[in-house]
Write a protein that binds this ligand. Structure first.
Ligand SMILES: Cc1cc2nc3c(=O)[nH]c(=O)nc-3n(C[C@H](O)[C@H](O)[C@H](O)COP(=O)(O)OP(=O)(O)OC[C@H]3O[C@@H](n4cnc5c(N)ncnc54)[C@H](O)[C@@H]3O)c2cc1C
Length: 444
């Protein structure tokens, strides 16, 4: 079977959602293929349910700000300095979810969202824009002609299908499409290839928690001390600290837990994924038991679900025309071909060198150059999401959901401009692209 579209988006996570909606809204016939049975990627199938910040406020104050808002206490001036630096699809989704109680947005910091609502909302937005979705469709190969992708090969219930297109967008998180097309890439830390730890996120039911995040400082300090001791003494290998726990907006007494980690895993290797899923599920049971025993409000908690998709933070970074660096992030650099902004810190989940991270000066943000979305060697391919062209350090900031939507939105608009005008993505006038991104609510 062979089908086709102007713009073919591979992967329906945060980047793919934004890309497909934006491409279709910009007038291109758009097809999105996704191996899972819903949109959202790590946020839905991965059970994650938290958007990173859309603002440039002081990240070190996020927890205390939350605590004060929840207790009705006044905020200090420094806690009120963050500006929205991400708009477009990410903001549209957050505002839409918040309207129905499916997101808790204080205007600053991390935003818990309801993944079930996100799944449906993304479908509604894609359908309204005219994008077609193909679920249960695994990208398996490419048909290359010269320096262009002519078609992608997919496998699904109806067998093998070829999908042809003018422009292809790689939003697979792992850079599968770019890899299959032969684009150059890097993986992991430059000196030894090590990638960030993976996490099996899980949900607990029957938890009594009053705030949107678990921010009880005293309890956290006590529990971290205890879990750290257990970890060092070898009584548990499953955790050494509480980690991130958030409510699921719209679900009573349900929380998502992001604390389990498995290290030395390559998320593009099937055997590694399997090992991490099995180890993760074993450790999750142990963590649930420790929480029941040691955290107030968790005494009667039960394990509701483990993610059907492993939480993979980092795999391939597709080498593009520019490689965004950790310094670009920390120095809040601007670029002439900016497609959008981000202000999230360097957040590296590798236990041996935590000092590789770092924070931006509050009130500043960095630009994401369009060149980071243009892979070397393949002319009709655009990359979006956590696999764009960066160093290992910069990827740890770029990878957050709103930023993946920023690059997805730019990729979708660029794809539609290319397809409609018959020019290659690398030949687009960046001024025209930036105006279109701004018209779509993006902040350049
Ligand atoms: C445990 C964990 C906690 C995190 N916490 C936060 C947080 O609190 N806030 C935040 O903002 N970010 C957080 N992140 C980061 C963020 O969730 C991811 O970086 C982001 O989801 C990446 O978006 P993406 O669209 O690039 O990729 P993904 O979310 O990975 O989506 C890729 C999509 O492509 C599909 N796909 C992949 N390969 C194929 C293929 N071959 N064929 C067809 N479909 C394919 C996948 O099924 C998936 O739906 C976290 C990440 C992890 C792993």
């Amino acid at each position: 079977m062979e089908i086709g579209a102007d713009v073919v988006v591979c992967g329906g996570g945060p980047a793919g959602i934004a890309a497909a909606i934006s491409s279709a809204r910009a007038g291109a016939e758009t097809l999105l293929i996704e191996k899972n049975s819903s949109l959202g990627g790590v946020v839905s199938a991965g059970l994650l349910s938290v958007f990173g910040p859309l603002d440039d406020g002081d990240r070190l104050l996020d927890w205390e700000r939350d605590r004060r808002i929840e207790k009705g206490l006044p905020l200090t001036p420094a806690m009120k300095t963050g500006n929205r630096i991400i708009g477009g699809i990410a903001l549209e989704i957050v505002e839409n979810l918040a309207k129905t109680g499916a997101a808790i947005d204080y205007g600053y910091g991390f935003i818990p969202v309801n993944p079930e609502r996100l799944k449906r909302l993304s479908e509604e937005m894609a359908e309204a824009a005219g994008a077609k979705i193909f679920y249960e469709t695994l990208l398996t190969g490419t048909v290359i002609e010269g320096r262009k992708i002519k078609a992608v090969e997919t496998a699904g219930k109806s067998g093998m299908t070829r999908i042809s297109g003018e422009i292809f967008i790689d939003a697979t998180g792992d850079g599968d499409l770019s890899f299959l097309a032969g684009a150059p890439f890097e993986k992991g830390r430059e000196k030894n290839g090590r990638m960030q730890g993976v996490t099996l996120v899980f949900w607990l039911g029957n938890v009594k928690m009053k705030s949107r995040f678990f921010t009880d400082r005293q309890q956290i300090e006590e529990a971290n001390g205890l879990f750290g001791e257990y970890y060092r003494e070898g009584k548990t290998k499953a955790l050494h600290q509480v980690g991130c726990i958030n409510v699921i907006p719209g679900m009573k007494d349900v929380v998502a837990v992001n604390t389990q980690h498995t290290h030395c895993i390559d998320g593009t290797v099937t055997a590694d994924l399997t090992r991490a899923l099995i180890a993760g599920r074993r450790e999750v049971e142990e963590i649930a038991g420790l929480f029941r025993k040691h955290l107030k409000g968790f005494e009667e908690a039960f394990l509701l679900d483990t993610a059907s998709m492993l939480g993979v933070r980092e795999t391939r970074r597709i080498r593009g025309r520019y490689i965004l660096t950790g310094e670009d992030v920390l120095q809040a650099r601007d670029f002439e071909d900016s497609t959008g902004r981000n202000a999230y810190n360097l957040d590296i989940h590798l236990p041996d060198e935590p000092m590789e991270g770092g924070f931006l000066t509050p009130g500043t943000s960095y630009a994401i150059p369009y060149r980071c979305l243009l892979p070397a060697g393949i002319e009709n391919l655009i990359v979006a999401g956590r696999c764009i062209s960066t160093t290992h350090r910069a990827q740890s900031s770029v990878r957050i959901i709103p930023c993946c939507m920023v690059t997805g939105q730019a990729a979708g608009i660029a794809g539609a401009i290319s397809a409609r005008r018959g020019v290659l993505p690398g030949e687009i006038d960046t001024g025209i692209l930036q105006n279109a991104v701004k018209d779509a609510g993006g902040i350049i």
